[in-house]
Write a protein that binds this ligand. Structure first.
Ligand code: PMP
Length: 363
């Protein structure tokens, strides 16, 4: 199987599997006072420090969660007095955690519309949630400009950096946000673990109470093996050096090949800065589901629409928010590359997609 669905979840690094197995064998509850507990605590805090470093935060400002979804839920529940604004292209874990939120529109290239945000903020302080990079198009968001607008308005800023972590750390390091969501499984760590980076002085309103873990902000024994795996994934990616440079070359090459096969193909966010690994392309007249299935039959794994919609393929709300008509929004697939992607993988993907384009011409 040629795996080109890194934005759904990335292959786990060998070093992560080893770190997790070691932590499982090691055992211990970080809250126990005996030697085994203290050793577990030391391992936990080493991992926390490594992860916090990526976002330029102090380790005590990072609290672990069960993933990006929980971190987003925690973030959006933390300022109950503030009305919420989210971009129209947020992940469902943000959109559905704040059903009454007002939406900030995006421009045709998929970046949040800063003028519209400014106008919305003129109504008063808000909790603003804008992602760092979109999961479907890879489009990078102007999060530093958002942070500064929110700051000027006296509001709060939450940034879901789930897709940027590991793929564009420079974008999120040092970001002036109150809360930043992180997740391990998009960078080759295990699923089921994430974190919320909390700016000093910001109070998180716990979703779960009970044990005093995570400084009372998130009860429950910390999943040390998963957390150790999260930190190991960051190390493993760092050890690869600049993997996004070569991946951008492969992605750009793929994009050109696909557009040569179908000159009416639509590349979403082509005019914006994007994650190096992501290509969202529409083939007019061919449903996304058909494309995903045809590629799957050819041994190439890609996805359509929002990958997290549990096997359901539907017109993408992200592309609709960018102005795509309903038909077009149901005809785009997301191809997301990663550190293991080779030129041969790209050639196989282009060949399989080319057959679809050919069949469409024949029809
Ligand atoms: N936010 C974004 C932008 C995502 O892409 C995802 C994963 N699809 C999530 C949040 C949810 O993260 P997790 O799977 O760790 O709950």
């Amino acid at each position: 199987m040629i795996y080109l669905d890194y934005n759904a979840t990335a292959p786990v690094h060998e070093a992560v599997i080893e770190a997790m197995a070691d932590a499982l064998r090691f055992g211990g509850n970080p809250s126990s006072v005996h030697g085994s507990g203290r050793a577990a605590r030391a391992l936990l805090e080493r991992a926390r420090a490594r992860i916090a470093q990526v976002v330029g935060m102090r380790s005590r400002d990072l609290l672990f969660t069960s993933g990006g979804t929980e971190a987003n839920a925690l973030a959006l529940a933390s300022f109950p007095g503030l009305p919420i604004l989210t971009s129209a292209i947020e992940h469902p874990s943000v959109l559905e955690a704040a059903p009454g939120a007002q939406r900030i529109p995006v421009c045709s290239q998929g970046q949040v519309d800063l003028a519209a945000l400014e106008a919305l903020l003129a109504q008063g302080p808000r909790l603003v949630s804008v992602m760092a990079a979109n999961n479907e198009t890879g489009v990078l968001q102007p999060i530093h400009e958002v942070a500064s607008l929110v700051r000027q308005s006296g509001g709060r800023f939450h940034c879901d950096a789930t897709q940027a972590l590991g793929k564009n750390d420079a974008l999120i390091c040092g970001l002036d946000a109150d809360l930043i969501t992180l997740s391990a499984h998009k960078l080759g760590g295990p699923p089921g673990v994430g974190a919320l980076a909390v700016k000093p002085g910001v109070d998180v309103l716990p979703l779960w109470r009970g044990g005093g873990q995570e400084m009372g902000r998130r009860a429950g024994t910390e999943p040390l093996p998963a957390i150790a795996g999260f930190a190991a994934a960051i190390e493993a990616l760092a050890a690869l050096g600049d993997w996004t440079g070569p991946v951008a070359v492969l992605r750009d090459g793929l994009e050109q090949q696909l557009l040569a096969l179908a000159p009416d193909g639509i590349v979403y966010g082509a005019g914006a800065a994007r994650l190096a690994n992501t290509l969202c392309i529409g083939l007019p007249g061919v449903a996304a589901e058909t494309q995903v299935m045809a590629l799957d039959l050819a041994g190439v794994a890609v996805s359509a629409g929002s990958a997290c919609s549990s096997g359901k393929v539907r017109a993408s709300p992200v592309l609709a928010a960018m102005g795509a008509n309903p038909a077009a929004a149901g005809e785009a697939i997301r191809i997301s590359l990663g550190w293991r992607t080779s030129a041969a993988d790209i050639a196989a993907c282009a060949a399989a997609w080319g057959k679809l384009a050919e069949r469409r011409r024949a029809a």
